[in-house]
Design a protein around this ligand. Structure first.
Ligand code: GBH
Length: 464
């Protein structure tokens, strides 16, 4: 039963409330029921790549505990749950016959969610590429995009009768530029030209998969991006602060590389000028074939927004170019004047309002969905309770920012907190905890944190 909020922050009637996770970060069971190896298995088992050699071998053991986890979601009032499908469970080598046992897991999970009246949001790719495909070039190889569309079709064949919401890729910027640019993520390759090739082939994969999903009858299709408003240091607290022409140019260029590079091809069928220029300087444009932009530009219904913090830049020499940002040679990435989370990321809720208002203006034909927002903090565990005031205030601030954006006219349909559970935080292993539910990695016991109990109330009241 839903009670209207008594306070001032009341969300629209059909606002969707939920939480998100990703396969490699929570499932474990990496060798079970025919699952093939992914690039993250290889990477996490390579010494020196992940904090203290942590791997996803066991993670939260969600593969075996999904029933309890769904019950927990229900207890927390969640109306939606975003999870990802591990491609190597479905196709151990990334192509060819499907592995029925692997697909059956997601089949059971979807049924369990629906029985609890929780709407599933399926992400087809959250970074666990089959290693066999990486061995043939991974995302730098054009063929991977076609293999992805086949895989998307196979997953839809199994789940499409019950799943309405489909995301193709999670954060293609991260896959391309951390995976093939600075090498902080799997597969750990480090060439600017490879990162741009990967980025284009990821987009092609998105377009081909969106086409396939639509043809099979998918109701809502989305692309999920790590969107971040780009601004100068002065604009963090004053959006109207003047910027020099050089600073404004740095802002435009990073904005184009971060989100224009993905949203413009997907929604407008073109690459921003800044991106074409950077690509020309780093390996050329020969991997962009005639017709690709038409394929990439498929009608979609929603943009999924993963927001954590703003990106603060100014023009400036003297900072060595980060390999994650080819094309940013004369841009300085600056700290924001703001408190930070345990990741060292600045806490700037107003950045989320600004981002949502702008994206809704730029792309009025699609809705927006917050597919991830949340924070890592050092929680305090006492007598069976987990106190996380930092996370609760982060969530309250950012939900307030979402509400504010909606009042300014942004078409925001829902909010999924990252993350349901503490989990394998990629290169940081289990050292950083993003969950609203604490996981004891020895006993694997789950304990809702104070922030989860607060979130449950907010959902129940549709605000506060
Ligand atoms: C999301 O990505 C992921 O989807 C999720 O799996 C993950 O657990 C969660 O966030 C928390 O990290 O300028 O090169 O230093 C994170 C998005 C984008 C955040 C890049 C860090 C810094 C890039 N990330 N950003 S860089």
């Amino acid at each position: 039963t839903t009670m209207a909020a008594r306070g001032t922050v009341v969300f629209p009637e059909n606002f969707i409330w939920g939480a998100a996770t990703a396969s490699y970060q929570i499932e474990g069971a990496v060798k079970e029921e025919g699952r093939g190896q992914s690039i993250w298995d290889t990477f996490s088992h390579t010494p020196g790549k992940v904090f203290e050699g942590h791997t996803g071998d066991v993670a939260c053991d969600h593969y075996h505990r999904y029933r309890d986890d769904v019950a927990l979601m229900k207890e927390l009032n969640l109306g939606a749950y975003r999870f990802s499908v591990a491609w190597p469970r479905v196709q151990p080598d990334g192509q060819g016959a499907v592995n029925p046992a692997g697909l059956a897991f997601y089949d059971r999970l979807v049924d369990e969610l629906l029985e609890h009246e929780i709407d599933p949001y399926v992400t087809l790719y959250h970074w666990d590429l089959p290693q066999a495909l990486e061995d043939r070039g991974g995302w730098t190889d054009r063929d991977t995009a076609y293999r992805f569309a086949d895989y998307a079709r196979a997953v839809y064949d199994k789940l499409g009768d019950r799943v309405r919401n489909w995301a193709t890729l999670n954060e293609p910027w991260v896959s391309a530029f951390l995976g093939y640019g600075n090498g902080v993520h799997a597969p750990g390759r480090t060439a600017a030209s490879d990162s741009f090739r990967a980025s284009h082939h990821l987009l092609l994969a998105h377009g081909l998969a969106a086409q396939a999903l639509r043809a099979q009858g998918a109701e809502q299709i989305m692309l999920v991006v790590n969107a971040s408003p780009v601004m100068t240091p002065a604009q963090v607290h004053d959006p109207a602060a003047e910027a020099s022409e050089a600073d404004a140019e740095a802002v435009r260029r990073i904005d184009a590389l971060l989100q224009g590079q993905f949203l413009e091809p997907a929604l407008r069928g073109r690459y921003p000028e800044e991106v074409l220029r950077a690509r020309s300087a780093e390996g050329g444009l020969d991997h962009i074939l005639d017709g690709d932009l038409e394929t990439i530009n498929q009608p979609i219904d929603l943009i999924g927004i993963n927001y954590y913090n703003p990106t603060v830049v100014e023009a400036g020499p003297g900072i060595p170019a980060d390999a994650a940002w080819p094309g940013s040679q004369d841009v300085r990435f600056s700290p924001a004047d703001a408190p930070t989370t345990a990741m060292g990321w600045p806490i700037v809720p107003s950045g989320l309002s600004r981002l949502l208002v702008r994206l809704s203006q730029d792309y009025p034909e699609v809705g927006l969905m917050i597919t991830e927002n949340g924070a890592a903090f050092d929680d305090v565990v006492v007598d069976g309770r987990v106190h996380d005031p930092g996370r609760q205030s982060y969530l309250e601030g950012h939900l307030g920012a979402v509400h504010n954006a909606i009042q300014q006219g942004a078409d925001v349909r829902g909010y999924l907190v990252w993350s349901l559970l503490d989990n394998f935080e990629w290169a940081f292993g289990y050292d950083k905890r993003f969950g609203i539910v604490h996981v004891d990695y020895e006993s694997l016991v789950r304990t809702p944190k104070d922030s989860a109990l607060w979130y449950k109330q907010v959902i129940g009241a549709n605000g506060w």
